[in-house]
Design a protein around this ligand. Structure first.
Ligand code: ZN
Length: 453
């Protein structure tokens, strides 16, 4: 029981917000919420004075392993193709241990920002590594250890383009082996039940670095296995030019040709989308993961998120990989989404703070096709982020504490509950943060040394 919350923003369809609120969780589920005096006779009671409660934030796109190459000097001012080329030098040397170590940093950072569910797009499986099953297993173990609800995805790249920023041979997988492994990891890790803490989606990297056969057959496989699908699309203008030249289609149309639009699909970026692309996404029920920081950092552009929302497309937020954001703070991402929309949108319409907060919560849940999270209401899982507006940065924001979460500079969450358990308490993870950081420092040194050899 958390009681006497200043405000509880449910993020339900009506946008209900409760003042002097309480919320009660039992066995991972929200079993009661209301205002004023909370019911007696419950177990642990937490004082919520000074706190704002919102649904746990949902991160729909990430590459945990990229914490390895944050702020890499050579890649700081590069656009995506050159940036990829620089980063592959490091990524082609990761192994199971690197995946585990980077995942703990990425997940810890997300949790501290109020995020309770994250997806991760893991697509770098060097030939020298133990392979995708053990690497996916390593990040699933990290999520369980830190207490994050997790949407793993089995990424893949099977087309090498030695020129132009394509992946090196070390990261290229055999198409048949990928398809076989995709079925294996779904069988091993995927839990389809409501309230599930681990789900697996199939995620070939993009139409430009995956073969037509991998795209088509992984899509068919996902449908046969009853799992969702994820890929990158329309991130940069070069991709639009490539698809026009090679296929005579726009990137979203190319996905349609490959059977890759549908209500079991969510797509990262979709920066370069016109009205007809947006109609295709809406009509097919395809979700979009909007990654504003990454799109700004790499100079990729600004996705038309308000227009997508108007058309009925489900839109959520993603921090994208840590090497193209240099951060994994999802509350910061909500602020970036609001600000980027305000400078890039057509007309005079300004994205409201609550709209951005909805993208970060309920929007993300819809994108990941989960109806058991994303709203604070009885029967949903107890995934809740609690923020304090105390201190210098919060002074004056009492006019509207909910909007302040996005309008004011992002703050760390005070407490974060995932499936009824606290994964963050009083601004700290429930695991040893110092060892997470020191092990990551050792990893960066180890891989950098290997590159220099
Ligand atoms: Zn990405």
């Amino acid at each position: 029981m958390v009681e006497h919350l200043d405000v509880l923003a449910t993020m339900d369809e009506r946008g209900s917000e409760l003042a002097d609120a309480w919320v009660l969780a039992n066995e991972g589920e929200i079993v009661g919420l209301g205002t004023g005096v909370a019911p007696a006779g419950v177990g642990r009671r937490v004082d919520g004075h000074g706190l704002v409660a919102v649904p746990g934030l949902v991160n729909t796109h990430h590459h945990f392993f990229q914490t390895l190459t944050r702020c890499l000097p050579a890649a700081q001012d590069e656009r995506i193709l050159e940036w990829l080329g620089t980063n592959y030098t490091f990524w082609s040397r990761i192994d199971e241990e690197a995946v585990y170590t980077t995942a703990r940093v990425a997940i810890g950072e997300l949790l501290l920002s109020g995020c309770t569910t994250s997806s991760d797009h893991l697509y770098a499986f060097p030939k020298s590594s133990a392979g995708a099953t053990s690497m996916l297993g390593a990040e699933i173990a990290a999520a369980a250890e830190l207490g994050m609800r997790f949407q793993a995805t089995r990424g893949a790249m099977d087309v090498s383009q030695e020129a132009g920023g394509g992946p090196p041979q070390e990261l290229i997988e055999d198409t048949d082996a990928v398809l076989e492994n995709m079925e294996e990891v779904v069988g091993k890790f995927h839990d389809p039940m409501p309230g599930s803490m681990v789900r697996v989606a199939l995620a070939p990297c993009s139409v430009t670095i995956c073969s037509e056969r991998l795209m088509i057959e992984s899509g068919e496989l996902a449908r046969r296995l009853g799992v969702t699908r994820h890929t990158h699309v329309a991130e940069v203008r070069e991709e639009v030019e490539h698809c026009a030249e090679v296929y005579g289609r726009r990137p979203v149309e190319r996905l349609e040709d490959l059977g890759w639009l549908g209500d079991d699909v969510w797509l990262a970026h979709v920066v370069h989308a016109n009205a007809s692309d947006i109609s295709l996404l809406a009509a097919s029920g395809t979700g979009v993961s909007h990654c504003p920081s990454s799109n700004m950092r790499l100079g990729s552009g600004a996705a038309p998120v308000l227009e997508m929302g108007d058309a009925g497309v489900a839109v959520g937020l993603g921090v994208d990989g840590s090497a193209s954001n240099d951060s994994g703070n999802l509350l910061a991402e909500a602020r970036q989404a609001m600000l980027l929309s305000r400078v890039s949108g057509s007309g005079d319409r300004l994205m409201p703070a609550r709209h951005a907060l909805r993208l970060a919560t309920n929007g993300g849940a819809k994108v990941l096709k989960r109806d058991d999270i994303g709203v604070l209401e009885i029967g949903r899982r107890a995934d809740i982020a609690f923020f304090s507006l105390s201190g210098i940065a919060g002074a004056g924001t009492e006019h509207d504490p909910v909007a302040a979460l996005v309008l004011a500079p992002p703050r760390g969450a005070t407490h974060v509950m995932v499936d009824g358990r606290f994964a963050v308490w009083d601004g700290h993870l429930m695991v040893d943060e110092a060892s997470i950081v020191s092990e990551h420092q050792a990893l960066v040194r180890r891989i950098t040394r290997r590159i220099k050899k």
